[in-house]
Design a protein around this ligand. Structure first.
Ligand code: AHR
Length: 494
């Protein structure tokens, strides 16, 4: 029996709801088809946005959406995406699949999407191939309410009032697709571009995100932090879980054995080490902790589904992905003192998606259900908690991962939410939870579980879904429970 302790007297930090954020790029069928089908589509839509997808994302609790990229951001020229649709430029999306980008989804459409979703905006600006003036004018266009050429242009295009931009990314992957820069050079460039990302509205102080490191590039974090510490509120980190050892063989999303399963899970768990190390570097440069960490790209990355465009990054999603999502979100919760936002890649039809679409059909993935289960953590206070657990070694990953990974939070009414993941493919886990200084009145619990390969697809959309969980016994000051193998269980404790 593993011991699980939750201490409601130890409120550690607020879990910023934006940790549960998402990412949508002009890539494959994420924006076009997946979210935006246009006003004239036969697929039911409001102002071009799919009603089914918007409703599902709202129900899941999407707090913030990053757009327009990714690598696409550093090739995106925002003026191509405003004005009469028929006269918007058509071009090739050279980065992703070589398809025609007709710019029918642009700034106005993005803010309409955020309005329908009820979520905040995270815009990623173009440093790689854009000008300072272009970035300056985009921010003016989006946020200025006074008399100015860009405010006039926005009004002419149908939006009288400006929008709110909560976060603005100054470049993306500037070490790679965003310009192949050195960190010292990017850091200087950041300061220059960022100067002209103006706060036009005193009620909209934009949080600026500097482009941070890939995986374990601590040198990048150190050098960029040194330059931007007075000028940024966030610095990013990108980390993808790729089971394969080469870029050409990332592994299949659906065909994998137990060894590959544990390799994936152990690689996903590495994010804990990466967060600790990057934060240590950030703090060594800036002990005042002015800058927070933003994990604005994370998730699994496999070989594309056979027969699909390799540039579209379309992959299926199984209970393995649910385990990766659940353990990662528990880790983010535990680091909520320094993680301001995170954005899983990507919302629909790309990489570790929440939703897959095929024409008018839609499937909710196991990952979707994890986000839905965890949504009550948003804006709660993280509680001190600890669980004893076996450690699972993966020789293939040369890493290990705890069998049980948990986090617990409390809302303003004193209700405790605990999410416990059991990553074992076969073994159930017996736990005994004790909650300090608390007389437990009632407990409700929900579970997502299955075989590691279980998935939802268009013929069988309900294989994996959240169910009520009853395999627990309430105690005076806690509970005992038996967690199924490959599961995440949420306990709601009053
Ligand atoms: O999410 C897919 C791509 O991965 C993004 O465009 C890029 O930023 C990263 O390399």
């Amino acid at each position: 029996m593993e011991k699980y302790l939750i201490n409601p007297n130890h409120k550690i930090s607020k879990i910023n709801k934006d940790i549960y954020g998402h990412f949508s790029e002009h890539l494959g069928r994420c924006i076009y088809e997946g979210i935006y089908v246009g006003e004239n589509s036969l697929i039911p839509n409001v102002n071009g946005m799919r009603i089914d997808v918007v409703n599902a994302l709202k129900d899941m609790g999407i707090p913030v959406l990053r757009w327009p990229g990714g690598c696409f951001a550093d090739e995106y020229h925002w003026k191509d995406g405003i004005g009469e649709k028929s006269s918007r430029k058509k071009m090739i999306n050279t980065h992703w699949g070589g398809v025609v980008e007709d710019n029918s989804f642009g700034t106005h459409e993005y803010f309409e999407l955020c309005r329908q979703l009820g979520c905040d905006a995270y815009i990623n600006g173009n440093v790689g191939s854009g000008t300072v003036r272009e970035m300056n004018e985009w921010v003016e266009y989006m946020t200025f309410d006074g008399v100015s050429p860009m405010a006039e242009l926005r009004k002419k295009n149908g939006s009288e009032k400006p929008w709110k931009v909560k976060y603005f990314g100054v470049g993306n992957e500037s070490w790679g697709c965003g310009g192949n820069m050195d960190p010292e050079y990017y850091g200087c460039l950041y300061k220059r571009y960022n100067t002209y990302v103006r706060n036009y509205d005193s009620n909209n102080k934009i949080k600026r995100i500097a482009c941070g490191a890939n995986v374990d590039d601590y040198h990048w974090t150190r050098e960029v932090m040194d330059k931007v510490k007075h000028h940024a509120q966030g610095i990013s980190l990108h980390y993808y879980t790729i089971p394969g050892d080469t870029w050409e063989h990332k592994g299949s999303a659906t065909e994998f054995d137990t060894k590959e399963y544990y390799k994936t899970v152990a690689k996903a768990y590495r994010i804990d080490e990466l967060i600790n190390n990057h934060i240590a570097v950030m703090d060594s440069v800036n002990p005042q902790k002015w800058v927070n960490l933003v994990v604005d790209e994370w998730g699994t990355w496999y070989d594309v589904e056979p027969g699909t465009n390799p540039g579209f990054l379309y992959q299926q999603n199984t209970m393995r992905d649910a385990m990766v999502a659940a353990l990662t979100l528990n880790i983010f919760n535990k680091h909520s003192d320094r993680i301001m936002m995170a954005n899983i890649a990507q919302t629909v039809n790309v990489l570790q998606a929440m939703i897959l679409t095929d024409a008018e059909n839609m499937v909710l993935t196991p990952t979707y259900y994890v986000f839905k289960m965890f949504k009550e953590h948003q804006d709660n206070m993280l509680l001190g908690s600890f669980i004893t657990t076996d450690i699972i070694d993966s020789k293939e990953a040369k890493r290990s991962c705890p069998q049980l990974i948990e986090s617990a939070s409390i809302d303003e009414n004193g209700i405790i939410y605990s999410t416990v993941v059991n990553v074992s493919d076969k073994k159930t886990a017996k736990i005994k939870c004790q909650i300090a200084d608390r007389k437990v009145e009632s407990i409700k619990a929900y579970v997502l579980s299955g075989d590691i390969h279980d998935r939802n697809d268009f013929d069988n959309a309900d294989v994996v879904k959240i169910k009520e969980f009853s395999n627990f016994r309430q105690l005076k000051d806690g509970f005992t429970a038996t967690l199924p193998a490959c599961s995440v269980v949420k306990f709601i404790i009053e």
